[in-house]
Write a protein that binds this ligand. Structure first.
Ligand code: SF4
Ligand code: FES
Length: 325
């Protein structure tokens, strides 16, 4: 099995593992952020470049470093590879550049965006961004498109990560939406008047890392950090029926898939469970759900950031000691 060292931590991984997957096997703060890769979606990744890392040794057989940062979600581990992420200051600076580019056209409308509090771009820019934009030109703007009665598309917020297109391709039958046009006018849209009404289309909301696709049945009902997430289940003949319900008192404000610490759903859920089962009596409530990821909806968010700084300096010290031997 190939052995890879990431930020001075070594691990043996199965052949064909990517650097991102290897980092996730190690876990902790050395795991690169990912805005377009999604474990459950084939061929995802390679679009956003937030997961870049520096490969300082290509492999045992060919130890030359890779000249530029590489996307960890699409680069396969080679035996003896040495990778730097949070321990490489140049790389951290490069990631800040990627975040700045992602924010060039993204509206800074977090105060009115339903995704605020669980938006990956918000977290990413909080952790890697500048406190103000250097961009002085007009931001890209799109016409509003109605894509149906359940999902709200707000194209100005889209970062073109393609996750929703892959959900439509791989989870739903009969895809009717995709990316049309190219370059800075590329947009998510449906063909002619089609609306997205497949049984599993709601999963596009869960995979969207920003507020471009939001739940119309939840819009403007509550800031997400005021809602209480609970694990719940029901017998469903279309999906696994295992969800997270978001409560305000006894009211179910919304239903989502259960997400792991990387913000990826554990199982796809159907639109009946997501949009039509909003009574507490529809569900067996299992108990509170812990949101375990970098986000303002995770408990102790600021403690996590402090820990990140401690971890970075610890990893660097390990590296320096190894270097001086
Ligand atoms: S709408 Fe959301 S999921 Fe779809 S491409 Fe845009 S950012 Fe990605
Ligand atoms: S997560 Fe790797 S390029 Fe987007």
């Amino acid at each position: 099995m190939p052995k890879v060292t990431i930020d001075n931590v070594s691990i043996e991984v199965p052949e064909g593992t990517t650097i991102l997957q290897a980092a996730r096997m190690i876990g902790g703060n050395l795991v690169p952020p990912a805005m377009c890769y999604y474990t459950k979606l084939d061929t995802s990744g390679g679009y956003c470049r937030t997961c870049i890392v520096k490969v300082t040794q290509g492999s045992e057989r060919d130890p030359r470093p890779m000249p530029k940062p590489v996307v960890s979600c699409r680069t396969t581990v080679m035996d003896g590879m040495v990778v730097e992420n949070i321990t490489n200051e140049e790389l951290v600076e490069a990631r800040k550049g990627v975040v700045e580019f992602l924010l060039i056209n993204h509206p800074l409308d977090c105060p009115v965006c339903d995704q605020a509090g669980e938006c990956h771009l918000q977290d990413l820019s909080y952790e890697n961004g500048l406190s103000k934009s250097r961009y002085e030109f007009k931001r890209r703007e799109f016409e509003m498109h109605d894509i149906g009665d359940k999902i709200k598309l707000h194209m100005n917020r889209c970062i073109l990560c393609y996750r929703c297109v892959k959900v439509a391709d791989q989870v739903c039958d009969g895809r009717v939406h995709g990316v049309i046009n190219r370059g800075d006018v590329a947009e998510i849209s449906t063909y002619i008047q089609n609306s997205v009404d497949n049984d599993f289309s709601g999963n596009m909301i869960d995979v969207c890392p920003v507020g471009a696709l939001t739940d119309k049945t939840f819009r403007f009902k509550s800031r997400v950090w005021f809602a209480k997430p609970m694990d719940a289940h029901r017998n469903c003949d279309k999906c696994c029926g295992k969800v997270a319900v978001w409560l305000s008192g006894d009211d179910i404000l919304r239903v989502t898939g259960r997400k792991d610490k990387y913000g990826e759903v554990e199982d796809w859920i159907c639109n009946d469970c997501r949009f039509d089962k909003k009574q507490k009596s529809d569900w067996v409530i299992e108990g509170p759900r812990n949101i375990d990821r970098h986000s303002v909806i995770a408990q102790n968010k600021y403690g996590v950031l402090k820990q990140l700084k401690i971890d970075v300096s610890k990893q660097k010290q390990i590296g320096e000691k190894a270097h001086n031997k």
